[in-house]
Design a protein around this ligand. Structure first.
Ligand SMILES: NC(=O)c1ccc[n+]([C@@H]2O[C@H](COP(=O)([O-])OP(=O)(O)OC[C@H]3O[C@@H](n4cnc5c(N)ncnc54)[C@H](OP(=O)(O)O)[C@@H]3O)[C@@H](O)[C@H]2O)c1
Length: 503
């Protein structure tokens, strides 16, 4: 459910495949998109629907948003680590896109999860006689030692191809588009820092590709014959060093950024520092930055024979991404992928018994519920928290230092909020227009926390409340709650007063 306009519907002009030189293939049958809640999957769904395909989206957690955004799509809930659920999800499917990735689990856990998911998927697809799998993985030269992330992308491709089902593999390097993790890292570093010290391996070469071209290739290989059982490298027009990529953006932004290559390659430290200065958390920067040691350049251009369109340059991809951000039309973002395996994903109403600690502040006002709700839905992100924003940011920075998500994730759209959107170190758990906004904490805390904004009629007036919930039975949790209590009262009181004034 969205709080405002229909900003999240993809307009016809936003579709990326309009100039694709292929035609929709009516013989394709039913298509499953596994990983539809992710950055790539979420952009592929509307393209396939617009081209008239029968689409089933596979997600781990259902959300009312899917039915609103993709009314013609069938939604199935399945976890790829559960083969029985996968068998049901793949029933009656002809072609399956495999866009599952578990990077959010962090460098220690994602590899095993991704291999198991791919193995289950192949088996469940075989069980259902699926005719074809299309997978988007990573570029990399297999003749040299690869980073664990790139190696894992190859292993997933090998695992999917192990059976009898024809698999089409697309291999891409960095994807540049509004909302992509790589773009947001590059953009934040250049925007914020006058001097950027890069590791020596930033002089390695990469062939970035725009999100538009990735989606065109994903749809194109479905529509052009002869691409089954093939692996294609896909890339943009430019081959650049990572240092060049930073300096190109600095030139576009008209910034005199000094980029210095250091002789040291302590990638864990660089990745940690990057997580402090960009919206992307440490779990992801660790996996991505360790990939800098490998050159990721297309080794073959066979894809051009099948889909002979001209991809965008790196500069064009950057300009498009910035323009989408400025227009507040970011359709999917890296933060959309949702880690339900994470214990913080427990919902407030799922807590057994009473939540251990709560505190409430409220006021009465003459302002209408709609205007109060509109103000509430503007909290966080670039605009801050109406009052004492520095305190929220300080808490966010502390969280980042502790390798949490921090407040710098901001929000995908400043005009609207929907279930599962991130909002600084919160995630939207529930939203009922003009009544309630419930946020679940994703920062590092010794327990589980929620923040609820409530609007209710009270006689002639309207009551605006903010309620903080904290559930813990740890000693450190209790200590945390009581030590923050005086600040909570001060912050929440000022917060609702400021919301009321802004309404
Ligand atoms: N984004 C890039 O810059 C980039 C660059 C090159 C290649 N690629 C490739 O493109 C593919 C898609 O990447 P992405 O950026 O779209 O990833 P993403 O945004 O992290 O999305 C990953 C998707 O996988 C789903 N998922 C994870 N574990 C699952 C499980 N056990 N069962 C079911 N679903 C599960 C997630 O669902 P939840 O929402 O439930 O977590 C989410 O929908 C990957 O293979 C990646 O290597 C991406």
């Amino acid at each position: 459910m969205t709080n405002s306009n229909n900003n999240n519907y993809l307009k016809q002009t936003d579709l990326l495949c309009d100039d694709l030189p292929t035609k929709p293939n009516s013989g394709v049958g039913k298509i499953l998109i596994a990983g539809a809640s992710g950055y790539i999957g979420g952009r592929l769904v509307p393209e396939l629907l617009a081209r008239g395909y029968q689409v089933r989206v596979m997600v781990r957690v259902d959300s009312p948003e899917y039915k609103i955004n993709w009314p013609e799509a069938e939604v199935v809930v399945a976890d790829a680590l559960n083969i029985e659920q996968l068998k049901q999800a793949l029933e009656g499917i002809d072609t399956a896109y495999y866009l599952i990735h578990s990077l959010l689990l962090g460098p220690k856990e994602f590899e095993a999860a991704d291999i198991n998911a791919a193995k289950n998927f192949r088996r469940a697809a075989e069980h259902n006689h699926v005719k074809r799998i299309i997978y988007l993985g990573g570029l990399g030269d297999t003749r040299v030692p690869l980073s664990s992330h790139l190696r894992n992308r190859m292993e997933v491709a090998a695992e999917l191809s192990r059976g009898a089902i024809p698999v089409t593999i697309l291999r891409a390097a960095i994807i540049i588009g509004s909302g992509s993790a790589s773009y947001e890292m590059i953009h934040s570093l250049v925007k914020r820092l006058p001097v950027i010290i890069v590791p020596r391996c930033a002089l390695n070469r990469c062939q970035p590709i725009s999100i538009r071209d990735v989606i065109k290739y994903l749809v194109g290989v479905l529509e052009v014959s002869g691409t089954e059982n093939q692996s294609f490298d896909i890339g943009g027009c430019d081959i650049l060093t990572y240092k060049d990529m930073l300096s190109t953006l600095a030139r576009i932004l008209n910034k005199k950024t000094l980029i210095i290559a250091s002789p040291f390659s302590w990638m864990s430290i660089y990745a940690y520092l990057v997580s402090l200065f960009t919206p992307v958390p440490n779990a992801i920067t660790q996996c991505l930055l360790k990939g800098l040691k490998n050159e990721v350049v297309c080794q073959s251009d066979t894809i051009r024979k099948y889909l002979p369109f001209e991809p965008l340059t790196y500069r064009e991809a950057l300009v498009r991404a910035m323009s989408r951000e400025e227009q507040d039309r970011v359709y999917t973002r890296w933060s959309d992928a949702y880690p339900p395996a994470h214990e913080l994903a427990l919902k407030l109403h799922e807590i057994k018994g009473k939540v251990a600690y709560t505190t409430e502040d409220s006021l009465l006002t003459d302002k209408p519920a709609s205007s109060l709700f509109a103000s509430i839905c503007r909290v966080g992100g670039k605009k801050g928290w109406f009052h004492e924003t520095w305190m929220w940011r300080l808490r966010g920075m502390l969280d980042r230092i502790l390798m949490g998500v921090g407040t710098s994730r901001g929000r995908k759209s400043y005009a609207q909020l929907k279930v599962n959107d991130v909002l600084d170190f919160w995630r939207v758990e529930d939203i009922a227009p003009n009544k309630r906004l419930l946020l679940r904490a994703e920062m590092k805390i010794p327990g589980r926390a929620w923040l609820e904004f409530k609007i209710s009629p009270e006689g002639e007036k309207t009551k605006l409340s903010v309620i903080a919930y904290f559930d813990t039975n740890k000693f450190t949790g209790k200590l945390y709650w009581y030590s923050l209590m005086p600040f909570h009262h001060f912050i929440f009181r000022h917060l609702i007063e400021a919301i009321e004034r802004a309404s």
